[in-house]
Design a protein. Structure first.
Length: 175
């Protein structure tokens, strides 16, 4: 259910797709990056049109991943990580070890109480949430960006202060 691999393993494949469509390989330049961005934007819009419900489902799952107490993605990339594509969408990834169990456990143990307390803090402050508009804007911006792009835990870091704020509200109002 959770993403096993990050998008970085697809860089070589992405370059080969762009080259197969007539792009000339070369050192990165702003013009080349803009052309690649335009190509991938067109490609993404085409995919969304072909599969709107599947795309919507993926985006909803990305929001779930954003707040999940599990580290995402599950495998870590290494300089030796490679991906090989098979038929019918199959693939194999080599040299991408799973995250250590210790890292998974420590992350879940440290994040779960913060998330739980933050939810309690939001509930306790529910009548005053309009005063926290800027905090909700920060969360919304990062949730939307996370949903649109690719789920990875590191993208949640910019909103940790919002979670800590609401966790502190819960701790401050306990009997």
């Amino acid at each position: 259910m959770f993403p096993d691999y990050g998008p970085d393993i697809l860089e070589g494949y992405a370059a080969s797709v762009v080259e197969s469509r007539g792009a000339v390989p070369g050192p990165p330049t702003p013009a080349l990056e803009r052309a690649d961005d335009a190509f991938w934007t067109r490609y993404a819009v085409e995919e969304i049109r072909r599969h709107p419900w599947r795309t919507a489902g993926l985006k909803v799952r990305n929001v779930f991943y954003f707040f999940s107490p599990r580290l995402v993605p599950y495998h870590e990339p290494t300089p030796e990580t490679t991906i090989q594509f098979g038929e019918n969408g199959t693939f194999t990834v080599e040299h991408s070890p799973p995250r250590r169990a210790f890292d998974q456990i420590v992350y879940a143990i440290s994040y779960t109480p913060v998330l739980g307390l933050a939810l309690a803090g939001v509930w306790l402050r529910r009548r005053e949430l309009s005063r926290d508009g800027i905090l909700w804007c920060v969360v919304a911006i990062f949730v939307v960006a996370h949903a649109v792009y690719f789920p990875t835990t590191r993208y949640r870091v910019p909103i940790e202060f919002v979670l800590l704020f609401y966790a502190a509200v819960a701790l401050d109002r306990r009997p």
